[in-house]
Design a protein around this ligand. Structure first.
Ligand SMILES: [Zn+2]
Length: 303
């Protein structure tokens, strides 16, 4: 304030110059403030982005208090695009970086992300696959001395007014069709009456450990819309209004499976696919807004 009042005195002598200096002093910090955080938090809005990373997963939350959570970073070749997209949103720091499980379509892009953003802490599933992407991920965490945790079912944390609850893993699942998938971190993120169920690549075996699952507004469907992650039974139990399917067009797994998309359509749930491009949702804790033209209106059934 002292600097401002000094400038103010000068303004009596040279009004034009002083006004210019004053506006620089006052306006620049305000601009920087507005560019990140304040404009969002003042409106008390939560932003959710399901990124188009091809066949893989990456979701970003910008909480109303400005804190950020990135859940997975897509495959290695998507890492640079994830970085670019986050930068376009003026993200400076990822307060919580979540690796749902060690498959490369989820953690391949982590190195690029960790290289370009300050990371507050990492949440890891704790399932050790021993693959190169996972080894590199752990080494980078160690190198940067990033806080690291393996939260289990029952753990919850607040990010301002948003609560993040860990639904799974409860304990390590072994001898399932994919142990890496079945030890995914599954989160329930709640803001007011709006909730997001982020299912990682959870399959039926892990699903059994969270049964009955909580209801949600938005379901990031498990395992890229695979039949072993999202079926009618699960959709009935969670009754989402919106389902997000994260996959790459023409992937070799046939994701999303017809059983899943049939069930979504039958139940009249709004469906959004990252294969059509990155998706953006905004909520004030009561209403959720999105681009209506991004809703997928059942193209498979018409074939
Ligand atoms: Zn996956």
């Amino acid at each position: 304030m002292k600097a401002v009042s000094t400038r103010l005195k000068k303004s009596l002598i040279r009004p034009v110059l002083a006004a210019l200096i004053l506006s620089m002093l006052l306006f620049l910090p305000a601009q920087a403030h507005l560019a990140w955080g304040a404009s969002r938090s003042e409106r008390h809005e939560l932003y959710f982005y399901a990124l188009d990373v091809g066949e893989g997963d990456s979701s970003l939350f910008i909480f109303p208090n400005g804190q950020t959570m990135l859940i997975d970073a897509g495959p290695e070749d998507a890492g640079r695009n994830v970085v670019k997209y986050l930068k376009s949103l003026h993200v400076k720091k990822i307060d919580c970086l979540v690796a749902t499980h060690p498959h490369s379509d989820h953690i391949g892009g982590m190195i690029d992300v960790m290289d370009k953003f300050e990371i507050g802490k990492v949440w890891d599933s704790g399932f050790v696959l021993g693959s190169k992407p996972q080894k590199d991920f752990y080494l980078e965490i160690k190198r940067q001395k990033i806080r690291f945790g393996r939260p289990k079912r029952g753990y919850a944390e607040k990010f301002g007014d948003v609560s993040v609850e860990v639904l799974a893993p409860a304990k390590e699942i072994r001898n399932s069709p994919s142990d890496a998938n079945n030890n995914s971190i599954v989160l329930l993120i709640k803001y007011g009456s709006v909730s997001f169920l982020m299912a990682g690549d959870m399959e039926i075996q892990e699903r059994g450990t969270i049964w009955p699952p909580p209801g949600c507004t938005v379901l990031k469907a498990a395992h890229h819309g695979s039949r072993n992650g999202t079926d009618k039974k699960f959709l009935e139990a969670t009754s989402p209004k919106i389902v997000i399917l994260s996959y790459g067009k023409g992937n070799r797994y046939g994701h999303p499976h017809k059983e899943t998309t049939d069930a979504v359509a039958e139940m009249g749930i709004k469906r959004f696919d990252t294969a059509e491009g990155t998706l953006r949702f905004k909520t004030d804790g009561t209403r959720i807004t999105y681009r209506k033209d991004r809703e997928v209106i059942r193209h498979e059934k018409q074939k």
